[in-house]
Design a binder for this molecule. Structure first.
Ligand code: ARG
Length: 272
């Protein structure tokens, strides 16, 4: 028995050594080497999207990035033991910034779609929002009930988002007002520069809650697609595996639920 055990240990040792040797020359390992050199991770986001990413002022009136996606990014950085830096920009600049390597990852309530998938790589999902919703003026709730009632009307959506695609695809007789900032979209609705706005569900609800004269219209706009972290195509920085590990850990341990609560508690303090 003792002998057999000894043999087994010897075999195990050889196997481990072989694995070590193989891993040494593999692409995986070179990636890991690069990975170690990262001393910070730069998050690209578009902080106009409470409760996912938005700006609040701390006690010293300093701008602070908060929200579910920022918490996700912070966990990814913490798990890697590096600092998190936030680069805030328009949503439609995010993919280009990632391609140029100006940011290491994008977390911005971003869904995977065919066009994006050709130019970036996506992580596993970390959260699925409520279905998309349409924001309208409260006194128009009974008027705008379907695509027909919005014929000839203007519907605003954020440039480069899947919500702008909904306007083009499902409201062919309406005009799309594509704006780069969600705050501008909500202002346009407030000043009747558009008749409706399409946003992701939780975001539309957040703005409806903050603006007494705005409500969610009774129009079905399709299903929600899960949000994912985007990295450079081919993952040259070798960070996607760790990102997926952090996501799994956050989902399994219900951290995301905690972040949602935190973000909702702060969302009415969003500035800009
Ligand atoms: N979920 C939508 C998309 O993937 C919109 C995301 C907009 N995000 C933002 N931070 N403004 O296209």
């Amino acid at each position: 028995m003792k002998k057999l055990f000894g043999k087994l240990v010897a075999v195990a040792l050889v196997v481990t050594m072989m694995c070590g040797l193989v891993a040494c020359g593999s692409k995986e390992d070179t990636k890991k080497e690069d990975n170690k050199k990262l001393d910070k991770i730069v998050l690209g986001t578009s902080a106009d999207y409470p409760p996912f990413e938005f700006i609040i002022l701390d006690e010293n009136k300093k701008q602070q990035y908060v929200g579910i996606d920022v918490s996700m990014a912070q966990k990814i950085a913490d798990d890697k033991g590096v600092k998190l830096e936030v680069a805030n920009m328009n949503f439609d600049s995010l993919i280009a910034a990632l391609q140029k390597g100006e940011v290491d990852m994008v977390i911005a309530a971003m869904e995977k779609d065919g066009t994006r998938e050709k130019v970036v790589d996506f992580s596993d999902p970390y959260y699925t929002d409520l279905p998309p919703m349409m924001l309208v003026k409260a006194d128009k709730k009974d008027t705008y009930k379907d695509a027909k009632s919005l014929a000839g009307k203007t519907i605003a959506a954020q440039t480069g988002t899947t919500k702008a695609d909904i306007v083009s695809d499902s409201f062919k007789d309406s005009k799309l007002l594509a704006l780069t900032s969600v705050n501008d979209i909500v202002n346009s609705l407030a000043y009747d520069k558009c008749d409706a706005a399409i946003l992701d569900g939780a975001v539309a609800q957040q703005y409806a809650q903050e603006n007494d004269d705005m409500v969610i219209a009774e129009i079905e706009l399709g299903k929600a697609a899960p949000y994912r972290v985007a990295v450079q195509k081919g993952d040259p920085k070798g960070i996607l595996k760790d990102i997926n590990k952090s996501i799994k850990n956050a989902v399994d341990n219900k951290l995301v639920d905690q972040w949602i609560e935190d973000a909702n508690a702060k969302a009415d303090k969003a500035v800009e």
